[in-house]
Design a protein. Structure first.
Length: 287
């Protein structure tokens, strides 16, 4: 991330990463910690941690450094997966290179992953990851990771909209929220039918400061359905909300099970459940 005051914000790894797709060598960029760089603020209803700008470092976006992207072929994945995708999958990703580069260029121009990132490279990294995980083996939990990437892309598009309000980034944020909803529920469906398991080894996030685990995954799934699910057809809306209620209700049962869950999740889940209850009653009254 560039900085006009020459205040060091990030660093590049000493050891290069080799792209398994095109064999380009590049260096991973990370945000430096400490020194008052990150000043934690509110936790949003989407479990995103916000940060206050500091006088010395300005606005920082930890999310923009989380996906590795080859600067040559735009192959992208989370660091733990980058070199783990199999040879067959890499061959397919290689065939998809031109489409991948062309697709992102329609949305964001002038991307450069060989230098320090800004928000545009950050949001592009999640979009590219979504495309690449489309070819990944189920052992890497690609459906969930596409959903998480879409959610984080939506957050960053909203950040871009706050800076450049005339560029339709709010529309893109809405689009990626809907993509996130789709993949979160697809991950649930695939886990239930045994097609693609979900387990405790996944960092469900959804942000970086705390992993809310499978509970957070269920809560985000319900929230995305409530905010971005079908709304025009009353019957479809009721059915979607009832499904989302069942998912969210798993978070705050009774006894020890609920006491062991993070209060931040429980409080937000109960509030979401009540909001869905009220809307279902209103819609049923219209029927």
């Amino acid at each position: 991330m560039s900085d006009t005051n020459s205040i060091k914000i990030t660093f590049f790894s000493k050891n290069p990463t080799v792209c398994p797709n095109c064999k380009t060598k590049f260096f991973k960029e990370d945000l430096l910690s400490g020194g008052g760089r990150l000043m934690a603020s509110d936790l949003t209803e989407e479990m995103r941690r916000m940060y206050e700008p500091s006088k010395k470092y300005g606005e920082l976006y930890p999310l923009i450094y989380q996906v590795l992207v080859c600067p040559s072929c735009f192959y992208a994945a989370y660091p733990q997966d980058f070199t783990e995708i199999g040879d067959e999958e890499i061959a397919t990703i290689k065939e998809d290179t031109d489409r991948r580069i062309e697709s992102i260029s329609y949305i964001l121009e002038g991307l450069d992953f060989s230098e320090s990132r800004n928000i545009k490279e950050g949001v592009a990294s999640y979009y590219l990851a979504m495309m690449c995980y489309d070819f990944a083996d189920k052992a890497l939990f690609p459906t969930f990771k596409r959903g998480l990437s879409a959610l984080r892309a939506a957050w960053l598009f909203n950040d871009l909209h706050g800076k450049y309000s005339g560029e339709n980034y709010d529309y893109l944020a809405s689009l990626f929220y809907r993509k996130a909803r789709y993949y979160y529920f697809l991950a649930i469906d695939r886990a239930q039918n045994g097609e693609e398991p979900l387990d405790t080894s996944i960092n469900y996030g959804p942000d970086l400061d705390k992993n809310y685990g499978y509970d957070g995954f269920l809560y985000i799934s319900g929230l995305l359905e409530f905010k971005y699910g079908p709304k025009k057809d009353v019957d479809r809306r009721i059915k979607a909300l009832e499904n989302a209620r069942r998912i969210v209700s798993k978070l705050f049962g009774t006894g020890k099970a609920s006491k062991s869950k993070p209060s931040a999740i429980l409080d937000k889940a109960r509030d979401l459940y009540e909001q869905m209850n009220r809307e279902v009653k209103e819609l049923e009254g219209e029927g």
